[in-house]
Ligand binder design. Structure first.
Ligand code: MIC
Length: 647
């Protein structure tokens, strides 16, 4: 029987297990990607493991998150990362080069290859026919050290695209339609694979938009075929030699089917504060707004900015609207300048920022209180922008720009202008000078890590005891995100290389007392957390597991988990349990004592674990989903301890 693209990519890299959905497999990762807000911990993990040099085809470290230099912390981390790249043999992308995902696609991505990245939006590289998966930094460090990447074999969800995109409707509206239909956990346990005649409507960077935000449906990854359009893109990047055609076999099948007739789409908008809260723009028109923001890894392409530039050419955006333009790569900025699009944007009243993630993760550009902010970013979890009770709407560049011109939420189809006919240039300026290649192994051996005062070592973590009787420090609602467990923002993100400091912000969005309560019990057995559905959705930040673990978190019992966060909990020795009976969630309250006996025997004997509420006397049966390998990691106290014994 024929294979689809996802199956071909996995099959060609399979090292352990068999491709049965739900079973754990191990695959070879050809490339790794780290960004600076997760990469500092990765480099500390490599140092802790005693790794001499990365064992991948290519590892690249980007500086795109911690760009605001209000004191020494971020610039110190930039130099730390640069020294680590020299020492471990990775490429270094300096601050200002842009967001990891578009830059990696421009300079390093290759069809048919695999990529794991310490950023949840790594699947964007699926746009060029890669299998690209976001993961916690520990998993990325393991792959940099030559270990297989382990994950549960996903089901493959075939999405057939037909028809043609109407004017004013673009790639963002396609992925917003998927979110409208299936919400933020609709693709958990699946790889989404797009195919069909509608692909001709999508340039490679348009596919990047869709692949990037497959993450917001909980997808393990998203893939597109490597076809003539991908060849065109790579030729434009002076890398046609890296192109390999990769398409599904004619008799390929899928585990799930979806069909989107592009002709039926209209401009869509995700309302606060979930990417799944999607309605047609026409239902929201007329609302005022204080900000229209274009850019981020979720609309990074030249076209995304050029269409905005042509919409505002010779016009002025409303003065009470902050029109924030966030370039996504140095190359794209250079090409927008070459083609006079930058001039149009500047002259219209836009605020041009440096190439990077910036406002997407609350690193600047926070909206004013009680105002609406329309953004082309991938997610709008509560308070993520940096403003308490923010109201961030997710939209296409067309909708954001139309709203900036009118000063209110506007359906771009209502503008009295022709739809700009812009596309990705076949002959872009290519700039690879700003990427620093790794030195020779001989040179690397001479390099010392350059650590500023804010770079702390990885804390030692002891294994979970065989018996716990601990307080439930916090009980989370459904869909709690990593931005609520451990937020980003200008006051927190610079502490990503300093676990003791960053742990002080744990859960502070939803429980300002979490830290103090945790510190009260940290040396007396620790604590537990109870969660709802989709616990830990969103980001790859392993800090959202490590910081609470540092404060004494031992056990999480939830209805179910977001894939990446579940793995991060295991990697740092926290036991993740699932309620079997959904109603059992109601039997545990914040402040109750949670008791589990004979943990090692229970976990090893099967998948069921008895959990008692020592306060009420009720006992429930929960389930763990740990493979034998993951059980060993857990009982060693986490992946670093486990790996140290192997190196
Ligand atoms: C995000 O978009 O939430 C981030 C910031 O890129 C995170 C990584 C991080 O927290 O550093 C992600 O998506 O993985």
């Amino acid at each position: 029987m024929g294979q689809n693209v996802a199956e071909k990519l996995i099959d060609s890299h399979l090292l352990e297990g068999d491709m049965t959905p739900g079973e754990e497999i191990g695959i070879r990762m050809d490339q790794t990607l780290t960004q600076d807000a997760t990469g500092t911990l990765v480099m500390l993990e490599l140092e802790a493991m005693g790794l001499e040099r990365v064992k991948t085809d290519l590892s690249a470290q980007y500086v795109d998150h911690n760009l605001i230099q209000e004191d020494n912390k971020n610039p110190d981390d930039h130099f730390f990362l640069q020294s680590a790249c020299k020492k471990f043999g990775a490429w270094y992308s300096r601050p200002g080069n842009g967001v990891s995902h578009p830059v990696h696609q421009e300079r390093f991505g290759k069809p048919g290859k695999t990529l794991v990245g310490s950023d949840s939006h790594t699947p964007a590289a699926g746009a060029i026919g890669m299998l690209a998966i976001g993961s916690g930094g520990m998993d990325v460090a393991m792959c940099m050290a030559g270990e297989p990447y382990y994950f549960k074999m996903p089901e493959v969800w075939g999405v057939e695209l037909t028809g043609e995109l109407p004017d004013w409707v673009s790639a963002k509206d396609v992925i917003l339609e998927m979110l409208r239909r299936h919400d933020v956990d609709g693709a958990v346990g699946r790889i989404i694979e797009y195919y069909g005649p509608g692909l001709d409507e999508l340039e490679t960077m348009d596919r990047h938009v869709i692949a990037n935000m497959g993450t917001e449906l909980g997808a393990t990854s998203t893939v597109f075929p490597a076809d003539d359009e991908v060849r065109r893109f790579m030729k434009g990047q002076d890398r046609e030699e890296d192109f390999t055609r990769l398409e599904a076999d004619p008799d390929a099948t899928y585990d799930h089917h979806e069909q989107i007739d592009l002709s039926e789409l209209e401009p869509l908008i995700a309302k606060p504060s979930s990417p799944g809260n999607v309605v047609p723009v026409r239902e929201e028109v007329g609302r005022d707004l204080s900000q229209a923001y274009i850019g981020s890894s979720a609309n990074p392409g030249y076209r995304d900015f050029a269409v905005a530039a042509e919409m505002v050419e010779g016009k002025q955006v409303k003065t009470d609207v902050s029109f924030d333009v966030n370039p996504t790569s140095r190359q794209i900025l250079e090409n927008l300048d070459r083609d006079d699009h930058l001039l149009s944007l500047i002259h219209s009243g836009a605020r041009i920022h440096q190439a990077g993630c910036n406002g997407c993760i609350g690193m600047g550009q926070a909206p004013a209180t009680d105002t609406n902010s329309l953004r082309t970013v991938p997610r709008n979890f509560p308070d993520r922008s940096g403003t308490k009770e923010d109201r961030v709407f997710l939209v296409s560049p067309e909708t954001a720009t139309a709203s900036a011109l009118r000063g209110e939420i506007t359906d771009p189809r209502d503008l009295d202008m022709p739809y700009p006919d812009v596309s990705d240039p076949d002959d872009p300026i290519v700039n690879e000078q700003s990427l620093e290649a790794p030195p020779s192994p001989e040179e690397s051996r001479k390099v010392e890590l350059r650590k500023g005062p804010n770079v702390s070592s990885i804390p030692h973590l002891d294994p979970i005891p065989d018996h716990v009787e601990i307080p439930i420090n916090f009980k989370a609602e459904d869909d709690i995100s990593t931005d609520e467990i451990l937020r980003a923002g200008t006051d927190v993100l610079p502490y990503r290389s300093n676990i003791p400091e960053i742990s002080k912000f744990s859960f502070d969005v939803v429980d300002p007392n979490y830290y103090d309560k945790a510190m009260d019990t940290r040396d007396d057995g620790g604590h537990a957390v109870v969660g709802g559905k989709n616990y830990g959705q969103g980001s790859s930040r392993e800090h959202a597991a490590l910081a609470p673990r540092y404060l004494g978190l031992r056990v999480v019992v939830a209805r179910d988990y977001a894939r990446i966060h579940w793995q991060n909990l295991v990697n740092f020795g926290v036991l993740p349990l699932n309620f079997i009976d959904d109603q059992d969630y109601e039997l545990f309250s914040q402040g109750d004592e949670l008791r589990i006996r004979d943990i090692h025997d229970q976990v090893r004997a099967g998948s069921e674990v008895e959990v008692e509420n020592a306060t009420t006397g009720r006992t429930v049966t929960t389930r763990h989903l740990l493979s034998d390998r993951q059980q060993e990691v857990l009982f060693k106290g986490g992946m670093i301890n486990w790996m140290k014994e192997r190196i």
